[in-house]
Structure formats: C-alpha cells, structure tokens
Design a protein around this ligand. Structure first.
Ligand code: PMP
Length: 363
C-alpha cells in the first residue's frame, strides 16, 4: 500500500471510497443525446447582447449575497405565487444536497424517500448527508406511483424529505396528481415533499400553484433543460420560513456573477427559450411515433425532453450507437424494472433522425 492509499484509507469515509464517481462520458465528436440538454443555442443577436452584459459584470466583486434582483425576477417571471420566495442553487443538484443536509430527526437517522427508479442524486445526496435513502418501487408496467406502497412506506419510515420528480427521470412520465396530493397530505407536518419540476418547460404541468394549499410542499426547478445547462441555476420555491432554514446551509455566493447576469438575460428572453422547447416537443411527438413503429421496441410515454424505450438488447444497442458516435444512456443497470431500457434526449430533427437510423441499423 502506498502512502497516498494509506492516507485515503485513514481519512476518506468508507462509503465514499466504495462508490464510483458520478460518471459523465467524454462526448467530443459525438451526437450527444445522453444528458437532456437543449441542442439549440441563442440566436446571434441575443448572443452578442449577452456578451455585452457579461462584459459589464463586476467580476472583481462577490455576488450580491441575497440575490434580491434575480430572485424577484424569477418569482415574477416563472409563476411563483405571491407570498412565496425562492432559494437559488448551483443547479438543482446543489438544492437537493442543501435540503438533504438540513433535515434531521431527533429520535433516529433521517430518511429521504423517493419512488424508484429516480434521479440518482436523491439517493446520493441523502447518503452524503448521512441520511438513509428509501426507494419505493414504481409500478413496473407503466411506471406509475404505487400509492398503497408509498403510503405504507411513509407511515413506516416517516421520511423527513420525499422527492417526486414531475415528470420523472428516467421514466419520463407524469405521476397521477391525486396520488401526489395524497402523498403530500400523508407527509403532513412530519415531512417535506419536493416536487422536482426539472422538465416543466416541456411538460407544462406544475404544482407551483398548489404551494398555498400545502405548507410542506416545495417546488424545485432548473434553467438547465430550458437551454442553460451551462450556467447551473436551480431554484426552489416554497414558504419563506422554510426556505430560511435551508438558506442557512447554502454556501455563501453559491451562484456566481456570470450565472446571475446570464439568468437575468434569459428571463428577458423567455419567449425564445419557450419557442425552442415547443420545437423539441414537436420532435418528441415525431420521435415517439417513429420509435413505436419499430419492431421489438417498447416506447414509454414522456412529458419531458427525453424518451425512454425498451429494446431487445440495450448493451448491444448502446455499444453500436457509440461506435456510430451517437451517445445515449443505458438504463439497464440502474434498476431491474429498466432491463434493456435506454434513454435518448430529444434533439434537432437532424440529430433525432441520425439516432433513429443508428437504432434501426442495430435492431
Ligand atoms: N432533477 C431531475 C429530475 C433531473 O433529471 C436533473 C438533471 N438530470 C436534475 C434535477 C438536476 O438538474 P440541474 O442540477 O442541472 O439543475
């Protein structure tokens, strides 16, 4: 054992040593359909205008710590009900970590819960924060919520934090609203429910207007899928008193000056980004129909900017697509109910057609 191996064994937590890093494959030269990014860039005129605004940003100063202007713009422009506030994060990934760090139980280890398969950072952030993660399997036939199982698990584990991604990643479907409300009610005063609306720009459905009805509800969104994955900005809407508690855990200056300027610029031009989302939704409809016509392929309904599907041999398909320089996500090893499933981001008509052709060749 080398000195550095000994140092790692003596200092780094065993559960951290045991896991692999969050893997992001090198995509240079690939058609990149693995990460739900918007393939469209801003029009040239807007890029020039943004460049000017970024040039004017005070990079010698720390960001204004309260982010008052950006928060006000988000609340007004993105449908946060009056009387509710937002907490900003370096992507919603950071908001998940902040919430997982802030929760606790007096009597025993805190539990974070989500229906599974779910976005991987729910479980990871729970683990890093020292909480237990309990996943409750979705119904395997249609990835809907198993409400009796969820209610049973809530009663048994009393989670302090429960995530419902609406629509869900990696399955793409919207859960039943009544079932979600029953879960929020069952959590009551003992647990916070995070409705994660990362894909809201495509689903156009939201729990934001239900904030006043449920004090234990918070709604989390991101600018990533809308076309600004590179700036890393997530926001969490909820009761200001609850957000104030999360605020204490937020690292100071977590949203940098360039992100702040770019986000405010994006809010000025939401119509452009919404137009791109609309194009992607049209392509989702086409892609789903073409996939459904392929023999041996099972396509799952999606309200997001990706489609999950089952193929005869996901490992073979992913390997062959990768050879053809098309990068998608193999879901097979994530959960047994996703055996032979793959996930593809909806992209431009040209890239979607390239994916379809590569898939056809591999089937
Ligand atoms: N929630 C869900 C459901 C997601 O799929 C993702 C990204 N894949 C995120 C949150 C994180 O988004 P970001 O950190 O880019 O805001």
């Amino acid at each position: 054992m080398t000195a550095i191996d000994k140092l790692i064994e003596n200092t780094i937590r065993a559960d951290v040593r045991a896991i692999a890093s969050y893997h992001v494959p090198d995509a240079s030269g690939y058609i990149k359909l693995d990460a739900m990014e918007n393939p469209y860039e801003l029009p040239d005129t807007l890029r020039a205008e943004l460049g000017q605004r970024l040039a004017d940003a005070a990079l010698n100063r720390y960001p204004v710590p309260s982010y008052t202007t950006l928060k006000r713009r988000i609340c007004a422009g993105l449908g946060v009900p009056s009387g509710y506030d937002v907490l900003l994060g370096n992507g919603s990934d950071e908001l998940i970590a902040i919430m997982a760090t802030a929760i606790a139980r007096q009597d025993r280890k805190a539990v974070v819960m989500a229906p599974t398969p779910a976005f991987v950072m729910f479980a990871r952030s729970a683990q890093f924060a020292g909480a237990d993660f309990v996943g409750v399997p979705l119904n395997s036939n249609d990835f809907s919520l198993d409400l009796p199982a969820m209610l049973g698990a809530i009663a048994r584990h009393q989670p302090a934090l429960l995530f419902l991604a609406y629509p869900n990643n990696p399955t793409g479907n919207l859960f039943d609203e009544q079932a979600m409300e029953a879960i929020i009610k069952a959590m009551g005063e003992t647990g916070i429910v995070v409705v994660d609306e990362a894909y809201q720009p495509f689903a156009k459905k939201s729990f934001m207007d239900r904030l006043p009805a449920f004090p234990n509800l918070v709604v989390m969104r991101t600018l990533s899928k809308l076309g600004l994955a590179g700036i890393r900005l997530g926001y969490l809407s909820g009761d200001p008193k609850l957000l104030e508690q999360f605020e204490k855990v937020r690292p100071p200056y977590n949203v940098n000056v360039l992100t702040q300027v770019a986000a405010e610029f994006a809010l000025d031009h939401l119509d452009v980004l919404d137009g791109q989302a609309e194009l992607l939704n049209q392509e989702r409809t086409r892609l789903a129909a073409e996939l459904a016509a392929l023999p041996g392929v099972e396509v799952f309904p999606s309200a997001a900017n990706f489609i999950s599907l089952r193929v005869p041999d996901a490992d073979k398909t992913c390997a062959e697509l990768s050879t053809g320089k098309v990068l998608i996500k193999n879901l097979s090893k994530m959960d047994k109910m996703l055996a032979n499933c793959i996930r593809v981001t909806v992209s431009t008509p040209e890239e979607n057609t390239a994916f379809l052709n590569a898939l056809k060749a591999s089937l």
